[in-house]
Design a protein around this ligand. Structure first.
Ligand code: M6R
Length: 354
């Protein structure tokens, strides 16, 4: 049941700190030791990340962490594009799907098997077709998600996938075990970080909504490790509000998207504090954009306090906590527009047709 919450999405946003805590309780103790060996897979030199929608975003976030910390290269492919995309021979396919029943994903699994790729599934459903067909399974431990928009399963996939990635780096001796244990200890701070971000978003977002009700379209900007979270925020916004939302690397603005900006255009910026991004923000401001920054304490939607050692220690993970503010923004705007946030039009929770 949704209990005291107005809708399942609100409940599932709220559950994220406890879900992440559960993921870490389940997998944390084995990350530096038995986790990778338990998969029975060889240590790969390359990862092929496969999924759709939010699951693909989670996969990208995870692959970026393993690349950043241990240098394992990767490609990320939409499941529906696997059949028409060349894959790196010998690569381990990491296939992410909340439901484990997405038709595009299952078709990709067939193709990947034909090409000889072993498959490690990251799913929320141990009984799914994906779990049955994969060589190894890592569960994301998020519990049932009712809202069509993925929220808690996204954070669970990112944290569970990061645990999996760290276990690979330990097994491959790309990061030594004591350093892996330190990273795991840092991850145990994520629930607090998310709880802070949820509270801050609940305080800051309602005041923003009235001015956005008539905005036909939104631009989301990120760079580096924040880019994938900007993509996820834009997906959530379009899915729930039925408004256009484009996500771009901030540096791409001048190569096209800048032409979209006019007085009042909302531009949601994942602020990483860099000078380059500040220059991009100045560019859109000069054209009249309504800038909504997400991230630091002084942002429009604050997501972390700069003073906590916790937030500093987790920089290697990328700004996962910003996604919470973007989920709240999409939901609150959708509710104000009278949308059914648990069941957006035209979409299904589990997409079983290709
Ligand atoms: O069950 P899956 O993770 O395979 O589903 C993939 C996408 O259909 C899903 O993430 C979709 O993008 C969400 N509704 C987004 O909120």
């Amino acid at each position: 049941t949704r209990g005291v919450h107005p809708d399942f999405m609100a409940k599932e946003i709220e559950q994220q700190p406890e879900v992440v805590a559960e993921v870490m309780t389940t997998w944390g103790p084995s990350v530096a030791g038995d986790l990778w060996p338990s998969f029975g897979l060889q240590v790969p030199r390359h990862l092929t990340i496969v999924g759709c929608g939010t699951s693909l975003h989670a996969g990208r976030a995870v692959a970026q962490v393993t690349a950043r910390l241990g240098g394992i290269p990767y490609s990320a492919i939409e499941a529906s594009e696997v059949a028409t995309t060349t894959t790196v021979p010998g690569s381990l396919a990491v296939v992410l799907s909340q439901s484990g029943e997405t038709a595009d994903v299952l078709r990709a699994v067939d193709v990947l098997h034909q090409r000889g790729h072993p498959i490690l599934a990251l799913t929320n459903n141990p009984h799914s077709a994906l779990a049955r067909q994969a060589q190894a399974v890592m569960l994301c431990q998020a519990g049932p998600e009712i809202g069509v928009a993925a929220t808690k399963t996204f954070t669970a996939q990112v944290i569970g996938g990061t645990a999996m990635g760290l276990s690979l780096l330990a097994a491959a001796r790309l990061v030594d075990r004591s350093a892996v244990r330190r990273r795991v200890a840092e991850l145990s701070g994520v629930p607090d970080l998310l709880a802070y971000a949820i509270g801050a978003a609940r305080r800051s977002v309602p005041d923003l909504v009235p001015a956005l009700l008539d905005s036909p379209g939104f631009v989301f900007l990120g760079r580096g490790s924040s880019r994938v979270f900007a993509d996820e925020g834009a997906l959530k916004l379009k899915e729930l509000t039925y408004r256009w939302a484009e996500s771009h690397a901030a540096g791409e603005l001048k190569h096209g998207p800048l032409a979209l900006i006019e007085t009042g255009t909302p531009v949601v910026v994942l602020d990483d504090g860099s000078e380059r991004l500040a220059a991009n923000i100045a560019e859109v401001r000069a054209r009249g954009a309504r800038v909504i920054s997400v991230g630091p304490e002084q942002a429009t939607i604050p997501a972390r306090t700069s003073t906590t050692a916790l937030a500093r220690g987790l920089d290697w993970l990328g700004p996962l906590e910003t996604v919470v503010g973007l989920q709240v923004l999409a939901r609150e705007l959708a509710v104000a527009l009278g949308r059914d946030v648990d069941k957006p039009r035209n979409l299904a929770k589990s997409v079983t047709v290709e």
